[in-house]
Design a protein around this ligand. Sequence first.
Ligand SMILES: [Fe+2]
Length: 484
Amino acid sequence: MSSRDPNATHRGPARHGGVGRSTGVSAPEMGTVTSVDTERYAYSVRTMAGQNLPGLQRKRSSPSDLAVLPVGTTVLVRFDLNFAYIDGVLSMPAEEATDTGIPVTGGSEASVNALTQNYATGTFRSNGEPSDLVAGDDVRGNASGARVGVLEGGIAVLMGSLLSQIRAHSLRNLIEIIARNYRMVTDMGEFKIDNRDGRVNMSFRGASDQASESGATEQNWTIRMDLGAIGDLFNFELTTPEGQTLFKMHVDSNGRCSIFGLDGVVLQSGARSGEPAVTEQGGNSRDIVRGDREVLTDGNASNVVQGNSVRTVDGNETSSVGNDSAAAAVRDWGVSAGRDVSVTAGGKHTTTVNDGDCSTKVGQVTKPNGQYTVETLRGRILLKSLQGGNIDLETLSGQAKVSARKIMLNATGADSVVLGGEALVAHLARFEQLEILVNALFTHFDAHTHPTPSGASGIPTVGMKLVLGRLVSAIKSLRVGVAG
Ligand SMILES: [Fe+2]
């Protein structure tokens, strides 16, 4: 504040204004500051006697005492140095304070107006002066509530208001910073706590390179942190000076957390005490890998899906098991290949069908010529029905061919082997028995006679066996025989 007393017209080199007295010493007087010249730290004072004294200096306690007296201050004016000066301030408000004062410590109601009420007249505190001081407290301050104080009990106070202060306590060696809003500026950046209509936010804007990022003329913040209303609810971000996000961690007010790392995110969990690393999703989960994926498990692995499971591989898939492998389905199990299927068993291969038919089909209408081959090297091929089921080899328009060193049709029942059809029409002749029969015919023929009037004739002159006997052996099949 700067104002000039219209009565102080003197602007010359004399320091003490026009009222300096060169001779004689007057008694001190009380007066009231009417104006302040802040350029010269000079005051105009109207004395109780009605005299206007312009350009007065005040006596300071030290060169560092820079307090400027406000208009209305009651002062003591002395003249004993042959010029008028303000010797000090008299705290003599004319009336009792009407407010509760602006306390230094935010003290209790008991201290309110204590000074005011203890004295009847003349020593009131002024409005705005603290009402919670005790003997021994040393406080500087103004009526706006700004304070610098040293308090009994070992407390140092620096405050603009009760909600903007720093306190240092000898008790517990405690330092308190009390602020409704807070701001700290360093070479690294700016830290702030803002209260905007009750919406509070803690923020930090900073950078690691003062030359190109965090300087006062740069402010290309590469470190950003917001906790509270603006961060909704917590946001920490590292960027390039151009603003490209390098890393970001965000937690919203619903409790959803997201972490982004431009060059990857590495999560490592040790097992010093044997505790497991736990990752749990309460709801749905989506795992997207834009590149390759590798999962390495040194121990056992278990994957349990309580619902359905779908696995799709667009390329090739290879599964290699160092020991046993088993696949089981409670209901149907299907394997489909667009091309070849190869099953190789190093040991046995057993297929068991417990309930239902077993069918193998080769070929289709468009490709009917598929072959079906069952091969062994020296082992037996067995088609067996344990409880009397039929075994059919059927090709209605093709051939059935059995090639073997020896073929046995081991049918034990009567009429149990039928060739050339399903119904037995005639029985097969047995060669050895037929040979006996034919030889018996030869013998009988070659020995028979005919009765004549002259007695029995002689036997045939040409024996049948002699003529036809050589044909009998040709009837015998050299490879096919019957059991009975
Ligand atoms: Fe005959």
